[in-house]
Design a protein around this ligand. Structure first.
Ligand SMILES: [Zn+2]
Ligand SMILES: [Zn+2]
Length: 368
């Protein structure tokens, strides 16, 4: 059995870095793309790739060092049939140079479709209580007529003569074999001779897509809903992209939201403030009663428990905070004026006592 260290031309103490460097050099040398049709090189390439896949994995390497074999770690699997993480290593080395095609497996990669973003404005009520929405947006979809092939249903596309179906044109640039996307078939490897009439050979058509959204209670501005598979279609049987719905909350006439709490300013009459009263205040659930004690001052904040917004996934709601301000009537009837004048005549001077005391202290402080 070939010794993996020997194969890679490194000592048994080689570091990961040395391993990688050596493998890289050898892989370049024996890469099938640089040795077209040379079976010996191809075999050698597979051997070194396999050796590297074992030695670059610390666990497999330790096992190999102890037992001289990688059995028990799927050692019989070829490098192209499922060595875990191998594709990544390979991409790392060759992705840029060889255009991602390797080992003679020339086919276009399956790729996930593009994700889509949809911005949706909802009302504060909808955000707090949750809602269902129907959104419609333009989306590329696989053409149903040709099933995405771009060719008339009963016609097959021809293999591209320029790249022989690989989608890539290879040329030598100094030491490297460089690959670029075939300009004739734009990398598809196929030439459509009888384009589908519906999609004009694109394989995709832009259609209006309608999706039903369930928006849970408690969402806030910036909340993101992910709808799996509602993005653009994947390439070469890759999965569809996803749709991200980004929520924004419309400004509310009365309420400002901060987390799970709702704030509002609410006017009360100066008589209610002075005498106390039970008033009706608005909440998102309808009107609620609020007790104003006698002598309430402007700016006083009252809390209505459980009238705020919930957190997503929770039944429990935050609070509504009501800050009252006292409205002074701008117009008085003659009678009202009389009454207020009488009220003023009866008022003692200590309505503002505490404030006056403070002023006095302040002036005393300055003079002293
Ligand atoms: Zn079509
Ligand atoms: Zn081509």
């Amino acid at each position: 059995m070939t010794d993996y260290y020997e194969l890679l031309g490194v000592s048994r103490e080689a570091t990961q870095e040395e391993l990688k460097k050596s493998y890289r050099q050898l892989a370049m040398k024996y890469h099938p793309d640089r040795n077209a049709g040379d079976k010996a090189s191809e075999d050698k390439f597979k051997e070194i790739s396999h050796a590297y896949s074992i030695l670059s994995d610390p666990e497999k390497r330790a096992h190999y060092d102890r037992f001289g074999t990688a059995d028990g770690f799927g050692a019989n699997q070829g490098p192209f049939t499922g060595g875990a993480g191998f594709g990544d290593i390979f991409e790392d080395f060759f992705g840029d140079i060889f255009g991602g095609n390797f080992g003679g497996h020339r086919r276009q990669r399956a790729a996930k479709g593009n994700d889509l973003r949809y911005d949706l404005d909802i009302s504060l009520e909808e955000a707090v209580f949750g809602t269902e929405k129907v959104i419609t947006f333009p989306k590329l979809q696989k053409c149903g007529e040709c099933n995405g092939t771009g060719s008339e249903p009963d016609k097959q596309p021809e293999v591209c003569s320029a790249c022989k179906g690989s989608g890539h044109i290879r040329y030598q640039q100094g030491f490297f074999s460089v690959s670029k996307t075939c300009g004739k078939c734009y990398g598809t490897g196929k030439i459509i001779t009888n384009p589908c009439k519906k999609c004009k050979g694109q394989g995709f058509i832009q259609e209006q897509r309608t999706v039903n959204l369930k928006i849970p209670p408690g969402v806030d501005a910036g909340s993101r809903l992910k709808i799996v598979g509602e993005g653009e279609p994947g390439v070469n049987s890759g999965p569809n992209g996803d749709l991200y719905v980004i929520l924004d909350i419309q400004e509310h006439e009365l309420f400002k939201r901060e987390g799970t709490d709702l704030f509002c300013d609410f006017p009360i009459s100066f008589t209610n403030a002075a005498l106390g009263a039970e008033i009706e205040v608005p909440t998102l659930d309808g009107s609620a009663k609020l007790k104003i004690p006698a002598g309430t001052q402007s700016g006083k904040i009252f809390t209505l428990k459980g009238k705020g917004a919930p957190r997503i996934g929770s039944q429990q709601r935050g609070n509504q905070l009501i800050r009252v301000f006292i409205e002074v009537p701008k117009k008085l009837s003659l009678r009202q004026k009389e009454l207020l004048e009488e009220f003023a005549a009866h008022s003692t001077d200590d309505t503002n006592k505490s404030f006056k005391d403070k002023l006095k202290d302040l002036f005393t402080g300055v003079e002293g």
